[in-house]
Structures are given as structure tokens and as C-alpha cells.
Design a protein around this ligand. Sequence first.
Ligand code: ADP
Ligand code: MG
Length: 293
Amino acid sequence: MGTEISIYLWHEDPDRARQAVDAIFAEVERLDRLMSTYKEDSRISEINREAASRPVVAGDELFNLIERSLDIAVLTHGAFDITYDSVGQHYDFREGRRPDAETIADEIGKIDYRFVSLGDDGTVAFREAGVRINLGGIAKGYAVERGVEIARRYGVRHARVTAGGDTRLLGDRRGTPWMVGIQNPRNEDAVAVTIPLESEAISTSGDYERFFEEDGERFHHIIVPSTGAPAGEVHSATVIGPDAVITDALSTSVFVLGVEQGLTLISTLPDYEGIVIDANGQMFYSTGLQPPE
Ligand code: ADP
Ligand code: MG
């Protein structure tokens, strides 16, 4: 997944602990093989190659994740849109490459989650040629959810599984809450705020994760589906809630939507809270996180 994975867990039996960690890493690798658009032989690459010509069997797991992605697209009015990749594929943040205006104009019409059609038979089809999907905004949340699920199966009751900006907690840190820091978006070594959490998920999307600069302008990996350009309003968006699949997709969504629309969306979801750091470094909290007056 091109990201760092970290696992903390407790088990009375060190051998079982080691087995649990190995099983979680193996699971992350399995999901990467299934969902990476960079691997030619992954199922998602097959879908991207073929689904405009014929319905492609996705397999339950991928099918469900695509379905959930489309639900979030509806909820966010398209701020979260896995078809962003028709333009997104032309960015290479390592090489400092980005699509020119002509390429964006050619590809932008293929961004629309409504082009993705799910069949009752578990297939995925695209209504247009050139549509591509990429689960980069939701797959890590799914991976850490699966990680905690596996830990639980090994009898673990206290764990913290992180993939990049996505963390899922199991229980507390043996008697105290887990302390999860949100990075200062402009200082790698500094934490903007630390939040005590138990049994929850927390995801942060930031413009510092993958980016390059050109003439003082930052080009990063969170794309506004309506323009094909990186979202400009905020530096990071964090979402906290019970399910890492949702917090992952919502952190990307809130990043695209910006402070006002993003936190308005969060206020409609009773189990979810958000923290946004804007381009001036100012922090904004959703209503459930406001200290009482
Ligand atoms: P991170 O990868 O740093 O955890 P996110 O969870 O915000 O960050 O995911 C960003 C990834 O989501 C991008 O690398 C890309 O794969 C994908 N993405 C970018 N823009 C969108 C969008 N508007 N909707 C859905 N996915 C997106
Ligand atoms: Mg995300």
C-alpha cells in the first residue's frame, strides 16, 4: 500500500502474539494484492481494464468495498469518488509529475461514481470507456479494520493497528486510553493535538503525505473530483468514529469539502467527529468535540 504499517498488541503468550502480528501483516499484503492499481494482475486492475466492455466478477470483498465507496459518494455528494483515478492516474508524486490542462480536460468527464454499476451477480461494470476506480481513499481503513478483527481472533483484547493515516483501536491501552496524536501538517516532528481514545477508529488525511512542489505550489494526492486538481482549502482533516472504513473515506471527503461543509457533514453523523486544520494552521472541531461552555 506504499505506506507504513504499525501494530501494537498484548498477549500473555509471546508466541501467540508473534503469530497474531504475522497474520495481520499477511492480511495487509493480501489486501494490497487485491486492491493495488499498481499491480497489473490485481483484481482491481482487471476491473479497470475490462469493466467498460463487460461486467467483471469482483469477489465479495472487493464488491462490498466498492459498494460502500459508492454509498459514501452519495453521502458526500461526490466529494469522495473512487473514479477520481481517470485524472488521478496522471499524477506521480514521487516523480513530481502532474496532468496538464489538456489531459485534465480529456479525463475529467470520466469522473463520476454513477458510471460504476454493480450487478446482482457480484459484478462491476462501467457505463463509459476510460472510467477507472482506485480505492486508495478507503482501503487502508479496511486493512486496519481487518487487522483488529484478526487480533481479536487470536484472543487479543488491547491493540492498535495503523496504516499510514488510519488507526483502529481494540479496547484501551490496558487501563488507560490510547493517546493518538494528530500530526502538525507543517512539522513532521510535532503533534497538533493528542486525543485519548478507546475501541475507536481515527483517520487523518493530510496534504503532507504524498506531494511535490512546483514554483511554490503544492500538488498533493487528495483530488477534487469536479476539477481534477488537489484540494486547496485545508492542510489536514481527521475523522473519529466506530468504523475505520468510514473514518478513512470521510477524512478524505472532509479534506475535499473544507472546514465548513466538511464539519457540517460530520454533524449529521451521530457516531462521527472531526477535526480540521485549515491553511492558516487554525483548528476546527465538530460539535461533539467542543469543550462544554
Ligand atoms: P492517506 O492515503 O494519506 O491515508 P487518504 O485516506 O485521504 O490519505 O487517501 C488519499 C487517497 O485517496 C489518495 O492517495 C487517492 O488514492 C485517493 N483519493 C484522492 N482523492 C480522492 C477522492 N476525491 N475520492 C476518493 N478517493 C480519493
Ligand atoms: Mg481517507
